[in-house]
Design a protein around this ligand. Structure first.
Ligand code: SAH
Length: 396
């Protein structure tokens, strides 16, 4: 089991459970299980996602016991003696949140989209793209595989904004997935009706990934025709009010100035984001903002992205910050690693069925698309180990 360490329950106060991870205590909310002190559970995103038998927990802990202290030592060493902003951010991360790192799985279940965002390759007007939709069964099976075979404890279900998945269909999907999978379920389905979100929350979905893309209202309206920034922000606030954990953030644009980036980071935090998600904007040749451009590895944008992570970490020491696939796309070899060394402490692995991955073409040449899951997981786990990161939950 690579992506989570079981915690031993040391205290229960109402629905707040304290878990012990080799002497480190973290809190998590319990809404789904009967639990008592001295039992074992997995937590993700500050939620208890499954209860586990003592024998199973002890076997997993046996594997982690020595490794856990070794990892902490490596992590401490790598955060020692900061020299620049990124290293300083890494030291802040290490001091405030230790070596915990979330590894979420993501399933992109449809690339149809009613919107026409100027930056996005799956925009409605891109007629060159081959479209796909996964059936309810395909989605449930992919989640089942990700959680019960590959071991993920948190899963993002992402799509374009696709009305074909009616409220009823989404309800069926989430019910099926919840029945099969003990995992934190994160929705990334765009601006859907509040009632749909409410029904999905009631069925057990607990997080929503919805970026505001830019804090500049005028730019937002230009980038997202027929949309207003304030509507998106209001939806994010409503979802948070409903109880959803919020994952949000923005696109980092080449040449964007420091002041704008700080505004973007501040807006992310002011929305109460549980997880900050921002990645570089990569031009797509079949979109108005990318027409005629080729995807090179623009070092400047990569630097700006790593600095943005570092800045966010220094501004908000307790934040959960995602190392995004877009950043990995700019530097396939070291992008994620450098993001983690600049203050990030979460990442996602794409577990969309391989035959569909290449068609979720939001930007060209996405890192990891089409690569065998097990290989991707193995590489990620060994990279995390080299950095001394452990998959214990980051807590509440
Ligand atoms: N329908 C969902 C998911 C959209 S795709 C929603 O509306 O939230 C997820 C994210 O991909 C977007 O929020 C956007 O920030 C990012 N994205 C789109 N085009 C991109 C590009 N060219 N480069 C980098 N990121 C892009």
């Amino acid at each position: 089991m690579c992506y989570a360490i079981p915690g031993k329950i040391t205290n229960i106060a109402g629905n707040i459970v304290t878990l012990d991870y080799f002497g480190e205590e973290k809190k998590a909310r319990n809404e789904f299980y009967e639990l008592s002190v001295n039992e074992y559970a997995y937590a993700q995103g500050g939620f208890i996602v499954s209860k586990i038998k003592e024998a199973e927990a002890l076997a997993a802990l046996e594997v982690w016991k020595e490794l856990f202290s070794k990892l902490k030592e490596i992590d401490r060493r790598l955060a020692f003696g900061p020299k620049d902003m990124r290293q300083a951010a890494n030291a802040v991360r290490q001091k405030h949140l230790g070596n915990a790192c979330c590894v979420h799985g993501i399933i992109e279940f449809s690339n149809y989209c009613i919107n026409d965002c100027l930056y996005c390759g799956i925009r409605n007007s891109n007629k060159k793209l081959k479209r796909y939709r996964m059936s309810e069964k395909e989605i449930a099976d992919a989640c089942d595989y990700a959680v019960n075979e590959l071991g993920f404890k948190a899963l993002v279900l992402q799509s374009g904004e696709d009305d074909w998945y009616t409220g009823e269909k989404l309800i069926n999907i989430v019910s099926k997935v919840r029945k099969k999978c003990a995992a934190l379920l994160i929705l990334s389905i765009g601006e859907r009706d509040l009632n749909i979100y409410k029904n999905l929350y009631d069925l057990g979905a607990r997080a929503a990934l919805l970026r505001f893309e830019t804090s500049d209202g005028k730019l937002y309206e230009k980038y997202r025709p027929r949309h207003k920034l304030e509507d998106r922000l209001e939806l994010i606030r409503q979802l948070r009010g409903m109880g959803y954990l919020i994952m949000t953030g923005f696109l980092i644009r080449a040449g964007e100035n420091e002041e704008d980036i700080i505004k973007d980071i501040e807006l992310t935090a002011s929305l109460g984001a549980e997880m900050f998600s921002f990645g570089p904007f990569i031009p797509h040749p079949d979109t108005p903002l990318g027409r005629g451009t080729v995807c090179r590895a623009p070092t400047e944008l990569l630097e700006l992205s790593l600095n943005t992570i570092a800045r966010a970490r220094i501004m908000y020491p307790e934040a959960r910050i995602l190392a995004t696939t877009a950043l990995e796309t700019l530097d396939k070899k070291n992008g994620i690693k450098n993001a983690l060394l600049s203050g990030a402490n979460s990442l996602m692995i794409n577990v969309t069925p391989l035959k569909y991955q290449q068609f979720y073409d939001i930007y060209p040449r996405r890192a990891g698309a089409g690569v065998d899951f097990k290989k991707k997981i193995e590489d990620t786990v060994s990279m995390l180990r080299s950095l001394g990161r452990a998959p214990s939950d980051l807590g509440l």
